[in-house]
Design a protein around this ligand. Structure first.
Ligand code: CDP
Length: 793
C-alpha cells in the first residue's frame, strides 16, 4: 500500500474538467426562471421615464380593474409597512418604490402582481403617474454647481449633493515630496460607467407559507446568508423562518450582490397574497437600474526624481454615485479600496482625497468583477505610471522596474497603509517583456513610424487586494467578513462539502473537491459540493471580489484538516497503536515503524460509523469558519501591442501577453479560463462598452444594440504565462484570481493606444477608446474626454 496519486484523484494542480458543466452544457442548469412553484404569480415593475421629477399622484385604478391582476404596489403601500425605503450597504437609504420624487430614469415606481407576466406588464402601462419634471443632474460638475437642485431632499441634514469627503495618506509628507521633486506629472482621467451585464438578469421568487410561517426566497444572489440577515432585520421576520436559495446563477460579476427593490417588493407581495410571486428582471431593467459600476473622475499627480524614483503620489477622486449611495462594499473606507492603488510600487508618500456626490442616475458602485473600486484604482495607477514615464522620458518598463517593491522587501507597507506579503513583481514583468519581445517591438515601432504607421505598446502591472475579510477590518452591516466550509464524510468514504460561498460559474463544485482531495486523498469525483441554500450551507458571506478561494477555499482546507485529525485517532484505534506512532501520506495512515501496515481514509470513514474508539463521538463531519489574517495579493502583468490606423482612428490588437501570479493554482485550466474571461471584459470596457446619460438623464446604453458584449469574433487572442509565489498565510498558498484580468487589463489597452499616439500631444482618451475619439485626438492633438453629458457619441 502506498499514498494515492494526487494527479489521478484530481487533487491540487490538476486541470480537472468542470463537473458543473455536465448540466450547464446540456441545458440542464436550474436558473431562477426555471423554478416554477404551484400557484405562482408574476410581478412586473413600472419604472420612471424621467430622471428627476416630483410625483404629484399615482392612479392605479385601471390596473386594479384588469382581469388577472392580484395586487398593485406603490410607494404608499410600502410606506404603510415601513418598507418604502431600505438601507443600503453603504449606510445610506434607497427608495424601494418612489413616494415623493423619482431620482433616476428607470427608478421603480409601482409593481403589479398578476396571473401571468404579460397581464402584469399591461397593467403597469395602465398606471397613470402625474410627474412634475425637475432639472436633472447628470454629472458631478452640475451636482456641485451653486443653486443645483437638491436630489436627496428626503434626508435630514443634507444641504447639498455631496455624500462624503474622505481622505487617506500623509498630506504633509506628500506636499514635502512634491516640493522636492525634479518633475511632476499630472493627468485627468474618467473611468466611465460600466455594467456587469451577466447573461442572466436579476430575479426572485418569494414564497411565504402562512401555515408554517416560513418564507422561502429563490433569488439571484451572490450572498444568500447576508440576504437572509438583511430580510430578517428589514422585514422584522424571525431569521430561522427565512430560507434563501440561490439556484444556479448565470453570471454575477457583482451585479447580484446588492438588495434590489424587485426582491423586496416580491417578498412583500408574497406575504400579502400568501402565494409564490416571481419577478424576472428584463434586460433593459437590468441595464438601466441595477448594478452600475465605476463612474469616477481622477486628477492624479506623480512627483519624481530625475533618476526615475517616485517620491510621492496625489490622487483626487470624484465619484458619481447616482441617486442613492449604495456601493456594495464591506470596508469602512468611503471610496472602497481605491487606496490600494500603487501597492506594488515602493513609494514613500501618498495622499488621496475622495469626494462622492449624488446625481440623477441609477445607483452605481457595484464592484463589477472587482474588489470594491480596485478596478478604478489600478486603472488610474497604471495610466498615471505611463504618463509619468512619458513625462520623464524614461522607458515605461524600466520606470516600473525601478519603482517596484523588491522581492526581499516583504511584508511591505503600501503608501496608503495596506500590508502586502509576497510577490515577484520584476520577474513577472520580465516574463511578460520576454514573451512579447519588447526590445524588438520597440525597434519595429520606430521603423513603422518612418512609414507613417502607428504602433503602440501598453503595459499594466498591479497587485490587488483579494479576499475580504479579515474580520477586524471588513464587515457588511456589522456582520464580520469570514467564510465557512462543512464537510461530511459518509460511511462509504464519499463526501458532501458545503460552503458559505456561492459560485456563479467560477467552477467551485470542481475546485473545492480538489482541495479536499489534496488534504484527505478522497478522489475529487467522490465529493459533491453544494452551495447557495441557507437552510443547509454553513453561514458565509458569499462570492464576490474573488474572495472565495482566499476565504471559503481556505475554510475547505481547514475543515479537511479537522476531519484528518479525527481520522488519525480512528486510525490509531484500528492499527492498535498510539496516535503519536501514526504517520500520514495522501489518503492513508500507517505505522511509522511499519509503513506497509496502514488504513485508508475510507477505512477510517467506515470505522467512524461502525467501530469508533471508546468515548469518541460517532461520525466524520465537521465545520470550519475561516477568518483570514490578511487579504491575498496576486500580481499581474498585462502587455498589449496595437496598431492605430491614422486615417480612421481604428485600432487593432496585435498581441496580448498576460503573466499572472495567483500563488498556487488549484485548477490551472479554470484559472486560465478566469484570466481569459477577465481579459475579454477588459477589452470590452476599453474598446466598446458605452453607457452614458444625455442632458435629460436618459440612459444611453439600455440594450445590447447600444451596450456591446464582445464575441469571439472581435476579442483578441491571449498568450498566458504564469509565475507562482505562494500566499504565505493561505493554508494551500493560493491567492484569488477571478477579477485580476478585468482589473488590470483595461489600462494595458488604453496605454497601448496612447503609446501609439506618443508625440502628438495626446495624453489621454477616455474609455471606451472609440475610433472616432482616436481620430479626433489625432486631428486636434488634444485629449478626448468621454464624460457625460459632454459626449453622447
Ligand atoms: O470568488 P471567486 O470564485 O469569483 O474567485 P476566485 O476565488 O479567484 O476563484 C475563481 C475560480 O478559480 C475558482 O473556481 C477557484 O477555485 C479557481 N482558482 C484556482 O484554481 N486557483 C487559484 N489560486 C485561485 C482560484
Amino acid at each position: 500500500m502506498t499514498a494515492v496519486d494526487e494527479i489521478k484523484i484530481g487533487g491540487l494542480g490538476v486541470s480537472r474538467r468542470r463537473v458543473e458543466d455536465n448540466r450547464f452544457i446540456r441545458g440542464k442548469g436550474n436558473y431562477i426562471d426555471d423554478v416554477v412553484l404551484p400557484g405562482m404569480l408574476h410581478m412586473e415593475i413600472l419604472r420612471s421615464p424621467l430622471a428627476h421629477a416630483r410625483i404629484r399622484s399615482i392612479d392605479t385604478s385601471k390596473a386594479w380593474a384588469m382581469p388577472g391582476v392580484r395586487l398593485v404596489l406603490t410607494g404608499e403601500t410600502m410606506a404603510a409597512r415601513n418598507l418604502a425605503w431600505m438601507p443600503t450597504l453603504s449606510y445610506d437609504t434607497q427608495a424601494v418604490l418612489a413616494t415623493d420624487k423619482v431620482r433616476f430614469q428607470g427608478q421603480e415606481v409601482a409593481c403589479v402582481i398578476a396571473d401571468d407576466p404579460y397581464i402584469a406588464k399591461d397593467a403597469c402601462e395602465a398606471i397613470m403617474v402625474d410627474y412634475e419634471p425637475l432639472p436633472p443632474i447628470v454629472n458631478p460638475t452640475q451636482s456641485l454647481a451653486e443653486g443645483a437642485p437638491l436630489i436627496r431632499d428626503d434626508k435630514e441634514n443634507q444641504p447639498d449633493n455631496v455624500i462624503y469627503d474622505w481622505e487617506v495618506g500623509d498630506k504633509d509628507g506628500t506636499d514635502r515630496a512634491f516640493a522636492e521633486a525634479d518633475i511632476v506629472s499630472k493627468i485627468d482621467l474618467h473611468y466611465p460607467r460600466s455594467h456587469p451585464s451577466p447573461i442572466e438578469c436579476c430575479g426572485s421568487i418569494a414564497d411565504f407559507n402562512r401555515a408554517t410561517s416560513k418564507l422561502t426566497v429563490y433569488m439571484t444572489t451572490q450572498a444568500p446568508h447576508i440576504i437572509r440577515a438583511a430580510v430578517a432585520m428589514v422585514a422584522e421576520l424571525p431569521e430561522q423562518m427565512i430560507r434563501i436559495i440561490s439556484p444556479d446563477i448565470g453570471g454575477g460579476f457583482g451585479n447580484k450582490v446588492p438588495v434590489y427593490p424587485g426582491y423586496v417588493a416580491s417578498i412583500l407581495a408574497s406575504i400579502l397574497l400568501e402565494r409564490p410571486v416571481k419577478w424576472i428582471e428584463d434586460r433593459t431593467g437590468n441595464l438601466i437600474s441595477t448594478g452600475f459600476a465605476r463612474d469616477i473622475y481622477l486628477h492624479g499627480e506623480v512627483a519624481m526624481r530625475k533618476d526615475g524614483r517616485i517620491l510621492g503620489v496625489r490622487m483626487q477622486t470624484m465619484a458619481d454615485h447616482g441617486a442613492f449611495f449604495s456601493d456594495a462594499q464591506p470596508s469602512k473606507f468611503k471610496i472602497g479600496l481605491m487606496h490600494s492603488a500603487f501597492a506594488c510600487y515602493d513609494i514613500p508618500n501618498a495622499h488621496l482625497l475622495a469626494r462622492g456626490v449624488y446625481t440623477n442616475k441609477a445607483p452605481g458602485g457595484v464592484a463589477y468583477r472587482c474588489s470594491f473600486r480596485v478596478t478604478e484604482a489600478m486603472f488610474f495607477q497604471e495610466r498615471m505610471i505611463q504618463a509619468a514615464a512619458d513625462d520623464l522620458g524614461m522607458d515605461q518598463a524600466e520606470f516600473r522596474r525601478i519603482n517596484f517593491v523588491r522581492d526581499d522587501d516583504f511584508p511591505h507597507r503600501t503608501p496608503y497603509g495596506f500590508l502586502t506579503d509576497s510577490g515577484q513583481y520584476a520577474k513577472c514583468l520580465d516574463v511578460g517583456l520576454e514573451a512579447i519581445g519588447y526590445r524588438d517591438f520597440l525597434k519595429q515601432k520606430e521603423e513603422a513610424a518612418k512609414r507613417g504607421r502607428l504602433l503602440g505598446i501598453g503595459i499594466s502591472t498591479m497587485t490587488e487586494p483579494l479576499g475580504a475579510g479579515n474580520s477586524r477590518e471588513y464587515d457588511i452591516l456589522g456582520i464580520k467578513m469570514f467564510d465557512s466550509a462543512e464537510l461530511k464524510v459518509h460511511i462509504t468514504g464519499k463526501a458532501l462539502l458545503r460552503t458559505g460561498a456561492r459560485g456563479q460559474g467560477q467552477g467551485h463544485e470542481t475546485t473545492w473537491a480538489q482541495i479536499v482531495a489534496h488534504e484527505l486523498g478522497i478522489p475529487a469525483e467522490d465529493i459533491t459540493v453544494e452551495e447557495g441554500d441557507t437552510d443547509t450551507a454553513p453561514f458565509g458571506m458569499g462570492t464576490y471580489a474573488s474572495r472565495s478561494t482566499p476565504v471559503a477555499g481556505a475554510a475547505v482546507a481547514m475543515v479537511s484538516r479537522k476531519i484528518r485529525a479525527k481520522a488519525r485517532k480512528i486510525a490509531a484505534h484500528l492499527l492498535e497503536i498510539s496516535e503519536e506512532d501514526v504517520e500520514w501520506e495522501l489518503g492513508r495512515f500507517y505505522v511509522r515503524s511499519q509503513p506497509d501496515r496502514g488504513v485508508t481514509i475510507q477505512e477510517c470513514a467506515v470505522a467512524a460509523y461502525s467501530n469508533m474508539p471508546d468515548g469518541m463521538e460517532p461520525g466524520l463531519d465537521n465545520t470550519a469558519y475561516y477568518d483570514p489574517p490578511n487579504l491575498t495579493w496576486p500580481f499581474a502583468c498585462y502587455i498589449v501591442t496595437v496598431e492605430v490606423d491614422p486615417e480612421t482612428g481604428v485600432w487593432d490588437v496585435l498581441r496580448l501577453v498576460a503573466v499572472d501570479d495567483c500563488g498556487v493554482r488549484i485548477n490551472p485550466m479554470i484559472v486560465e479560463g478566469q484570466i481569459m474571461g477577465g481579459l475579454t471584459e477588459a477589452y470590452a470596457m476599453a474598446s466598446m462598452q458605452f453607457i452614458t446619460f444625455d442632458a435629460e438623464g436618459n440612459c444611453i446604453g439600455s440594450n445590447f444594440t447600444d451596450y456591446l458584449l464582445p464575441t469571439a469574433w472581435e476579442t483578441p487572442g491571449f498568450e498566458l504565462h504564469e509565475v507562482v509565489t505562494p500566499c504565505p498565510h493561505h493554508p494551500i498558498g493560493a491567492k484569488g484570481i477571478g477579477e485580476c484580468a478585468a482589473v488590470g487589463g483595461p489600462a494595458a489597452f488604453v496605454n497601448a493606444v496612447i503609446d501609439a499616439l506618443k508625440g502628438t500631444g495626446v495624453r489621454n482618451i477616455d474609455m471606451p477608446v472609440f475610433p472616432d475619439r482616436v481620430y479626433e485626438a489625432l486631428q486636434t492633438g488634444k485629449d478626448v474626454s468621454g464624460a457625460p453629458p459632454v459626449r453622447t457619441d
